[in-house]
Design a protein around this ligand. Structure first.
Ligand SMILES: [Zn+2]
Length: 303
């Protein structure tokens, strides 16, 4: 089973929240990203549970680039953008995509712009789904398999507490109560090999998103300390070589903690020039620069 990677922006905001003052709109964004991340994990579990032992394919966070050709009277311009599909699921030789939304508010369905229950405008949620569907089918046609794949794209609302009002029957929209029934219906073995298609998709997969950026902060503005990589709580030192997260009830050795610190710095800004004293300072001087240099000499860490 391939794990889903936490979005870079979510990691950056979680790290900044521990180590710097974060603006209110960023706290808000962090909350939304966290919910979205949770929702994706919940759908993954539902799918993975059902496809266990079956010949199905589940691709997570599939990102690819699309070029858009704009045409006006004077010039032809071409720009590139990217599409990210939360889930591609191939079962019973059919191709499905799932766009997962975890919102903690109710919505009113519309053919165009959905609204909040108070009447304020939200978004045209189906537009994103149909745009992704178009782009993905276009990509599949380039796979040269000769096959013309139908792609069934669903919008999935995964929060059981959320209500969608005025939802018409027969739209490709799943609310919590319908997700499991839908999956039970579609999870079937593939009878044909889709290896060539998978090879093609992997060859077109973008590993890095053009929307991933550097955190807007100076290295000096970050408070030092050592935090849990799962829940971002400050770790407690148990002894010379061991840290503990009381919330996750997990121990981390010194080398793991050091690797995480370097990883955090790289996620915040891959251009920062790191050295042992910067990393020691970032640890809140809990890890000495001589230890860091020694581990680097031994090839245990890299920065
Ligand atoms: Zn933890």
């Amino acid at each position: 089973m391939i794990l889903r990677y936490k979005p870079l922006k979510l990691e950056q905001l979680e790290i900044l929240k521990c180590r710097a003052v974060v603006a209110a709109d960023e706290v808000n964004e962090l909350g939304n990203l966290k919910l979205g991340w949770e929702g994706e994990g919940e759908l993954d579990r539902m799918i993975d549970e059902r496809m266990a032992g079956r010949n199905c394919i589940h691709l997570k966070d599939y990102r690819f680039s699309v070029s858009q050709t704009g045409n006006d009277s004077r010039k032809v311009s071409r720009s590139t953008s990217e599409v990210q599909i939360d889930n591609i699921f191939i079962a019973g030789d059919l191709v499905f995509t799932f766009e997962v939304k975890k919102y903690n508010f109710d919505l009113v369905y519309s053919d165009t712009v959905w609204t909040f229950t108070g009447g304020d405008k939200f978004k045209n949620l189906m537009q994103q789904v149909s745009r992704h569907n178009d782009a993905f089918r276009y990509l599949l046609r380039q796979s040269g398999n000769g096959a013309d794949f139908e792609v069934y794209s669903c919008l999935v609302f995964i929060n059981p507490k959320q209500t969608i009002y005025n939802l018409p029957y027969g739209k490709n929209i799943l609310t919590y109560s319908g997700i499991e029934k839908f999956l039970d219906r579609i999870v079937r073995d593939n009878h044909y090999s889709h290896d060539r298609l998978l090879d093609f998709l992997e060859s077109r997969r973008l590993t890095k998103s053009m929307y991933d950026g550097k955190a807007n902060i100076e290295l000096d503005a970050l408070a030092g300390g050592v935090y849990c990589e799962h829940c971002y709580r400050e770790l407690e030192r148990v002894n010379r070589n061991k840290y503990n997260c009381v919330k996750c009830n997990e121990n981390f050795d010194l080398l793991t903690v050091t690797r995480r610190l370097i990883n955090e710095l790289k996620m915040l800004n891959e251009d920062w020039k790191l050295d042992s004293s910067i990393i020691a300072k970032y640890s809140g001087h809990q890890i000495s620069s001589s230890y860091i240099r020694r581990q680097k000499q031994r090839g245990n860490i890299d920065y």
